[in-house]
Design a protein around this ligand. Structure first.
Ligand code: ATP
Ligand code: MG
Length: 760
């Protein structure tokens, strides 16, 4: 061991250093965002290797994403050189579990060549199993059972271990039988699903103490990042592998637990101390990432959660800008604002140094929010990438919808035909599609023309012919509809009548929900174009400009995939009730879901190093209708001292409960005035009545109105008869500060801000 201190230890604070050097025994690092947990874990790994305690292949290191694993490997290569290449067991839970399973597959009845099914195959297989058991798959969907099975696997339950209370009432209490049959089918097919990777690991390690011992010998040290998001199966797996040596180091932050919906359990943190007696618990309190204002805002926000383990955070990075909170007119105004600020930051704002595009991130709650930004960036030639998923127009559901429209627009579009002829599934199999293309080639016509032929001849099986004829009839109807109906409505009709949205609705997984939202967003975005052709042209333009990876690009991603990352400048758009917190969390999951949303907000804010900018729109198209939005409760929860509320046209001082909203007279969508292409209708071309004047509202700017109302003293009470500028007459049901719930005579029940209501 060299004399003196190795470089990699320099600069660590005493607590970090303790966590790095306490290599023997169990260690739990429990600390807030940006305190250097990941850095400690990486340095600890380097330290273990540098001091000769283990060789690279004797260390098990688990990260949350493959990207994080790559980054850790790179950092280690920088410290250690080529030795880092030997880290065979550095990866995600899934990738490591798959590696282990391949080596011992026969113990759980598989061959080492087993395939890992995607969710589509998984569902199809479950459907077969259900049908074989005479279950009505309309009533009990395969998707729902797939969700249950996933949940059980995350908890480490094989069919044998399934508690009898599980799935009560589902499919006539046959869940255990179905689960067992499904596992059996998988075995026969030499396949497993994602949940099986961990579950089979548990089974085999429990069944074979000799193999378990082999891994005990091998893994001298175990390290786990983002520990708060492990589920029960993952925890049991760690415990099995780590308990004999006890050299397990986990780092995490209970306030950043954001995968509860996927079975993660914060309780694993408490279990750790129980299962690894004598575990050293180290708390890190100094944040190295963010300025005091960002940290203050994030800490104040998360304080609203109950049942936290609690911690202190401080930073030496004094000063810096306060967290900006902006109310804007609508989603388009929001994307315009963000794009302009990105350009300004890129050029170098005031005396600030210019920022590279890659130093800026937009973190959204749901992927449907991305479209407005993507389009704006394309228009302004700002390079961007969507991290952790395809860009909006590259998503499967969006491409599917476009394929339908292309076929309506041009019957010769064979690629479009091929894409949707059996999407959603309508019983026109691969062989029949091949046949159609053969006919098309033979007679030199389009695939669609070939289909028309095949529908009336006997080249295809009778059942396929019927499906095909039905499809052709639908297509003709949509084509006729498109002649005199706006294409946004045509798209809605297609998605409904083809069964496309039904298929997604039946699907209870979170991704299906996302895809439905994306489709709604798609329909809304079409409203701005006069013709279908103009719209499709616009799409190909966007797709074209999208091409190619960009080295220096603005990062757009969901809050979930931003975990562990950091950026100098972070935009947090869409902080509105129903967007963030999401409608689903408000409707379905109660206080628990809301707390998870709040942790997500905490994750978002703490990604920022220098500047965090929150925004919310007063109007948004939801389900194709303009609705007035309420600012997120999270906006109200931000501590005043760390926040600066700004309008688009000037500054005003906000406080806790600061509200901003706008009002409009006409229901027609107003798209951003910056759009000059002929396809866009311009908002200011339409006549607009004079701005409303309200005693409590501060209204700024022409066209883009921004009102600030006084939250403390609402002049309204339950039972008041009121008049609202947009919704007309109604009666107040609930008055909560400046937020009113009003039963309108015509518009129904709505939440509105009191600044746009008058006593009638
Ligand atoms: P998160 O909870 O968001 O995952 P984390 O606790 O893992 O955060 P890191 O990402 O490890 O935090 O560190 C945050 C930032 O602080 C990084 O840029 C890191 O390089 C820096 N940092 C950590 N410790 C120190 C230190 N002792 N001196 C200087 N910079 C540090
Ligand atoms: Mg980290």
């Amino acid at each position: 061991r060299p004399v003196g201190e190795p470089d990699y230890l320099k600069g660590l604070n005493p607590e970090q250093r303790e966590a790095v050097e306490a290599v023997d025994g169990a260690v739990l690092v429990l600390a807030g965002a940006g305190t250097g947990k990941t850095r400690v874990l990486t340095t600890r790994l380097a330290h273990i290797l540098a001091t000769g305690r283990a060789r690279p292949w004797e260390i098990l290191a688990v990260t949350f994403t493959n990207k994080a694993a790559r980054e850790m490997r790179e950092r280690l290569a920088a410290i250690l050189g080529p030795e880092a290449e030997g880290l065979r067991w550095l990866g995600t839970f899934h990738s490591i579990a798959a590696q282990i399973l391949r080596r011992h597959a026969e113990i759980v009845g598989l061959k080492s060549t087993f395939t890992i099914l995607d969710t589509d195959d998984q569902e199809r297989l479950i459907k077969q199993v259900m049908e074989a058991a005479n279950i009505d798959v309309k009533r009990w969907t395969p998707k729902a059972l797939a969700g249950l099975i996933d949940h059980w696997k995350n908890r480490g339950w094989t069919p044998e271990k399934l508690p009898s209370s599980e799935g009560a009432g589902f499919a006539g209490n046959k869940v255990q039988e179905l689960y067992r049959a499904y596992q059996e089918r998988l075995r026969v097919l030499n396949a497993c699903d994602f949940g099986d990777l961990l579950l089979h690991n548990l089974t085999l390690l429990q069944a074979r103490p000799d193999i378990l011992e082999e891994y005990h010998r091998r893994f001298r040290y175990i390290l786990v990042d983002e520990y708060q998001d492990t589920n029960v199966a993952q925890y049991l797996w760690l415990r099995l592998l780590g308990q004999s040596r006890g050299n397990v180091c986990c780092v995490g932050d209970d306030d950043q637990s954001i995968y509860g919906w996927r079975g993660a359990e914060v309780d694993n943190i408490l279990r750790f101390e129980k299962d690894f007696p004598g575990a050293k618990v180290i708390r890190l309190e100094r944040n190295y990432r963010s300025t005091a204002h960002i940290l203050g805002a994030a800490s104040g926000l998360i304080a609203a959660n109950r049942g936290r383990l609690g911690k202190t955070l401080w930073t030496e990075a004094e000063g810096g800008a306060k967290v900006l909170v902006r109310g804007v007119w609508d989603g388009e105004a929001e994307s315009r604002l963000v794009a302009e600020e990105i350009e300004r930051a890129h050029r170098g704002e005031r005396d600030e140094a210019p920022l590279a595009y890659r130093d800026m991130a937009i973190l959204v709650r749901a992927s449907f929010q991305m479209r407005a930004f993507e389009e704006r960036f394309v228009l302004m030639s700002i390079p961007y990438t969507v991290v952790g998923g395809p860009r909006f127009f590259e998503r499967a559901e969006i491409r599917d919808a476009h394929a339908y429209l292309r076929l309506v627009q041009s019957p010769d579009d064979d690629l479009a035909f091929e894409r949707i002829i059996n999407t959603p599934r309508r019983g026109i199999g691969e062989a029949s599609v091949q046949k159609l293309f053969q006919i098309a080639r033979a007679s030199g016509v389009s695939a669609l023309a070939a289909a028309r032929e095949a529908a009336v001849t006997d080249e295809l099986p009778a059942r396929t012919r019927t499906s095909l004829a039905n499809f052709l009839r639908d297509l003709d109807r949509w084509t006729a509809l498109a002649r005199d109906t706006h294409h946004a409505r045509v798209t809605e009709a297609i998605l409904e009548e083809s069964g496309y949205t039904d298929a997604l609705r039946a699907d209870r997984t979170p991704t299906a929900q996302t895809r439905l939202e994306n489709l709604k967003e798609l329909v809304q975005s079409m409203d701005a174009f006069d013709t279908l052709q103009a719209y499709l042209e616009h799409v190909s333009l966007v797709m074209d400009m999208d091409r190619g990876p960009q080295a220096d690009a603005v990062q757009i991603m969901t809050l979930h995939s931003a975990k562990g990352l950091e950026f100098p400048l972070v935009f947090l758009p869409g902080w509105e009730e129903g967007v963030f917190p999401s409608q689903r969390s408000l409707d379905e999951t109660g206080e628990k879901g809301l707390e998870e949303e709040r942790r997500l907000a905490y994750v978002g804010l703490t990604r920022a190093r220098k500047s965090a900018r929150i925004s919310f729109a007063a109007n948004r198209l939801v389900y194709g209708r303009w609705t007035s939005q309420l600012p997120s409760r999270f906006v109200d929860e931000l501590p005043e001292a760390h926040v600066e509320a700004v309008s688009e046209t000037g500054y005003f001082s906000g406080g806790p409960g600061m509200q901003a909203a706008s009002s409009r007279w006409d229901e027609t969508p107003a798209f951003g005035s910056g759009y000059d292409s002929p396809g866009w209708r311009r908002a200011q071309d339409r006549p607009r009545p004079a701005a409303p004047v309200n005693r409590k509202a501060v209204i700024e700017g022409e066209g883009r109105l921004l009102a600030v109302s006084d939250p403390q003293s609402s002049a309204f009470a339950r039972g008041d008869r009121v008049f609202h500028q947009k919704f007309g007459y109604g009666r107040v049901l609930v008055a909560e500060g400046s937020k009113l719930t009003v039963a309108f005579d015509k518009a129904g029940e709505k939440k509105v801000l009191d600044s746009f209501v008058e006593k009638a």
